[in-house]
Design a protein around this ligand. Sequence first.
Ligand code: SF4
Length: 186
Amino acid sequence: MNLFLHICCAPCTTFPLAQLRLKGIAVYGYFYNPNIHPYREFKKRIQGVQQLAEISDLKVEIDNTYGLTEYLRKVVFHEQQRCPLCYAMRLEVVVQKAKEREYEAFSTTLLYSKYQDHERIRNIGEKLAIQYDIDFYYEDFREGWKEGIEQAIAMDLYRQSYCGCIYSEQERYDKAFKKYAEKIKL
Ligand code: SF4
């Protein structure tokens, strides 16, 4: 099978990539993440993916466009739903490209993270697969959480401390905001 794999960041790619290759799946990576802010963080994560691509001999297309405006236009006034909107906005672009380029399936490294809404991501991927008539490759990559971290450390990859958007950055570092966000389920 040839697979178009959405890459959210380098550390989340190590384990899924190794697993997929073990199964004989040909992987082509695609970095598309308008949700990563601010600009210098976005660039750091791209560098991490380039480093991983070189070490792992992985072909990756990188969308260098800094998508702050695009992302905010999707989520402002819908902040409580921002993660599902964020998954969908990325996966919709991924599935369209996979279909145009005639890949057999698409998937995402978001399925590796313990911090994401795994079932929601799976659900969005499966719905898009039906809509675009292409397979969504599902695997619970969270099983390799520890192994993936060890691989990322061994490769000396940049490991971020927050998910990506400016909201998640504030939740990570602003304790008062974190409490407020938890209270209103932001
Ligand atoms: S916390 Fe992560 S998944 Fe949720 S909106 Fe922000 S960047 Fe996207």
